[in-house]
Design a protein around this ligand. Structure first.
Ligand SMILES: NC(=O)c1ccc[n+]([C@@H]2O[C@H](COP(=O)([O-])OP(=O)(O)OC[C@H]3O[C@@H](n4cnc5c(N)ncnc54)[C@H](O)[C@@H]3O)[C@@H](O)[C@H]2O)c1
Ligand SMILES: O=C(O)C[C@H](O)C(=O)O
Length: 330
């Protein structure tokens, strides 16, 4: 039995992500939580003829508790999205508290669940989540994932258009670091199978992966940020976690995680100077089985990108930790 919860289920990401989870044969129960509209979204999805039983909850009447109790996997796309000329960090003020509140609920009602954080700024919301779980005494680093899959999906798509491949998913490209601008570092030198990118196109390609989110924010012109591609990416990651927990082997996807608690993580912490970092993660029955070190094999060009990443990411991580350890005065 797999019970999945989407927190933020009525939103731009939440609705299509819930649709994909409802379509997934591996999900037996799907609980939708949001501060608005979940009864309607749940009623709509419940007519789809797949096995998952769908329920919807609002905050009143112990809604969060009811949604989370018995959950195996909790996916969190709750919070405000960007508008043009905003950075992801500009979302911190509102989204930090939203993520903190939801994770407090997880710590209380389903402390063993796999938690997938989508809400931005991921570079800070994941450290917030870790800190809340630590304080509650239930932190298992192997079960807390910052979802960076959209960066991987973009790298796959954009590289295919440059090298002229018709099938974007042919190459596995590690995208590491964090999830905003220069903290996103695609390692095209480690693509499998290898790709040959013309040197005059490499900088533009890296830039497009790093700022792909801005491309969508600009095109939506005030209507929000990536939702459909994010739902695809979020589901791709969630499905891999579910399949790995059920025993499927060989499932790997980058994720932004607290590495000291994960096998193979310590050497990456040593190399980067950062406890939270995204690297390819081998998934297994307990969540993250192994962090794969792709940092030490980065080429000189990628090492320069990584230096810029480390500097920016350090501040984002401390901002999240600080938010929980020394809460702002209200
Ligand atoms: N990790 C990524 O790669 C990635 C990609 C795209 C978007 N995002 C982020 O995902 C978040 C959601 O984006 P969106 O486009 O779906 O926004 P949206 O505004 O369309 O939806 C957000 C939903 O969260 C709900 N919500 C607000 N407070 C809540 C709470 N306390 N509990 C439960 N639900 C709550 C809102 O009611 C709304 O339905 C944003 O922060 C965005 O920046 C992350
Ligand atoms: O760009 C954003 O704000 C949303 C998301 O993080 C993305 O990468 O599309």
């Amino acid at each position: 039995m797999v019970k999945a919860v989407v927190a933020g289920a009525s939103g731009g990401i939440g609705q299509p992500l819930s649709l994909l989870l409802k379509s997934c044969q591996q999900v037996d129960e799907l609980a939708l939580y949001d501060v608005v509209n979940t009864p309607g979204v749940a009623a709509d999805l419940s007519h789809i003829s797949t096995p998952a039983i769908v329920t919807g909850y609002l905050p009143g009447d112990d809604g969060l508790k009811k949604a989370l109790t018995g959950a195996d996997i909790v996916v969190i796309p709750a919070g405000i999205p960007r508008k043009p000329n905003m950075t992801r960090d500009d979302l911190f003020k509102i989204n930090a508290g939203i993520v903190q509140g939801l994770i407090e609920g997880v710590a209380q009602h389903c402390p063993k669940a796999y938690i997938l954080v989508i809400s931005n700024p991921v570079n800070s919301t994941v450290p917030i989540a870790a800190e809340v779980l630590k304080r509650a005494g239930v932190f298992d680093p192997k079960r807390l994932f910052g979802v960076t899959t959209l960066d991987v999906v973009r790298a796959e798509t954009f590289v295919a258009s440059i090298v002229g491949e018709k099938v974007p998913t042919k190459n596995t490209i590690p995208v590491i670091g964090g999830h905003s601008g220069e903290t996103i570092v695609p390692l095209f030198s480690q693509a499998k199978p290898s790709v040959s990118i013309p040197s005059d196109k490499l900088d533009a390609l890296v830039n497009r992966v790093q700022f792909g989110g801005d491309e969508v924010v600009k095109a939506k012109d005030g209507g929000g940020s990536a939702t459909l591609s994010m739902a695809y990416a979020g589901f791709r990651f969630a499905e891999k976690v579910i399949k790995a927990v059920k025993g499927e082997k060989g499932l790997v996807e980058p994720s932004f995680m607290y590495l000291p608690g994960i096998s193979g993580g310590d050497s990456i912490v040593k190399a980067t100077g950062l406890e939270f970092f995204s690297v390819p993660i081998e998934l297994g029955p307990n969540g993250a089985e192994k962090a794969i070190d792709v940092v030490s094999s980065a080429n000189d060009h990628e090492k320069k990108l990584l230096e810029a990443c480390y500097a920016a990411l350090k501040g984002n991580i401390s901002k999240g930790v600080e938010f929980v350890q020394n809460p702002p005065q209200k």
